[in-house]
Write a protein that binds this ligand. Structure first.
Ligand code: SAM
Length: 326
């Protein structure tokens, strides 16, 4: 068991498989982003060893993210090994979906259970503006391939004022009338070099719900507002799917947080919105035993922070989102 000093049971690890991405979403990283040299990143055997150590500590839910996890060489074999590690119950992935057309079936066969696919608008021009060069049709090919492969699918949309905060949000929400999907709207969070842009462009959950209900009718709360992971769920009348709101900035969900993140360069980050990280790569490469790694991780988890300090202008500046692993 990995418990922090507030009594939270930390059992969910998100692993960034790479800091690299095949898109450059404006809210995620600068266009001229420089990536880390490969030797500074966790190698396959190091990831698998850490997964075994975390699973021994009671972690059972794993999510692969990035950067873009599907651009990592060997991603299918990594999923297979992780999914077959004793103690691991689910392996999910957050992806932009561009490579799922080819990878969804092998990933599902290897043991992946779910994908969260990022799609911020259905409009090709705006999609290009947000991602800097993506094609929205390729994301849809990925969604279809994931469904065909039997993967659970949720859609993630980060909302940015003056980019996709009006009809795009309504169009995405409308998908739930005919599709059994969970479409989740994520409040934009500020990080590193792009934090000014992010803070100026944030759209709150309250505003989003008002925009959607004005066009599509009232939203009813699902499960009395109980969180599904980090999302508060609603549904439109007669909808097949649900709408989720992930409001880390205006309504943080620290009390139910069970997450820790492993960055692509092997740092354990206990809170997305706080800079504190513990270097696991260094002791791993210096020959630490599994027992020693467990002690380092257990101590780090004990000190997992509570709450962001954005209200006091404390913004995590040491990394952008693609480096942490969203
Ligand atoms: N490349 C993958 C993708 O597009 O989903 C995985 C990595 S991406 C960093 C993971 C998630 O973080 C995506 O849903 C993305 O939209 C979201 N994200 C990136 N920057 C963000 C920010 N500043 N605030 C909120 N969410 C952000």
């Amino acid at each position: 068991m990995s418990i922090d000093r507030f009594g939270r049971d930390i059992t969910y690890l998100r692993i960034s498989l790479t800091d690299k991405c095949n898109l450059r979403c404006i809210y995620c990283m600068p266009e001229d982003m420089t990536f880390r040299p490969n030797q500074e990143l966790l190698q396959d055997d190091e990831i698998l060893r850490l997964v075994r150590v975390f699973a021994d500590l009671g972690f059972f839910k794993f999510r692969l993210t990035g950067g873009e996890p599907t651009v990592r060489a060997n991603v299918v074999e990594l999923v297979r090994e992780i999914a077959h590690t004793p103690g691991v119950e689910t392996v999910a992935m957050t992806t932009n979906g561009l490579l799922l057309d080819k990878l969804a079936a092998p990933l599902a066969e290897a043991g992946l259970s779910r994908v969260n696919i990022s799609i911020d608008t259905l409009d090709q021009m705006k999609f290009k503006k947000i991602t800097r060069w993506g094609k929205v049709e390729e994301v849809f090919d990925g969604i279809r391939a994931a469904e065909m492969a039997g993967l659970g699918v949720k859609l993630n949309s980060v909302v940015v004022r003056n980019y996709n905060d009006k009809e795009d949000v309504v169009d995405l929400a409308r998908l739930t009338l005919t599709q059994p999907w969970q479409v989740r709207f994520i409040e934009m969070m500020p990080f590193g070099d792009v934090s000014d842009f992010q803070q100026a462009g944030i759209v709150s959950e309250e505003e989003l719900r008002a925009t959607i209900s004005q066009e599509l009718g009232p939203l009813s709360m699902v499960d009395n507002g109980r969180l599904d992971g980090e999302a508060r769920l609603f549904h439109l009348q007669d909808a097949r799917g649900t709408l989720g709101f992930i409001s880390s900035v205006t309504q943080p969900f620290c009390a139910t947080c069970s997450r820790a993140r492993l960055t692509a360069d092997g740092r354990l980050r206990l809170c997305l919105l706080r800079e504190k990280e513990i270097n696991l790569l260094q002791p791993l490469r210096a020959g630490a035993s599994d027992q020693e790694m467990k002690e380092i991780i257990t101590e780090a988890i004990w000190w997992k922070p509570w709450g962001h300090k954005l209200g006091q202008d404390v913004i995590p500046l040491n990394r952008v989102m693609s480096e942490i692993g969203g």
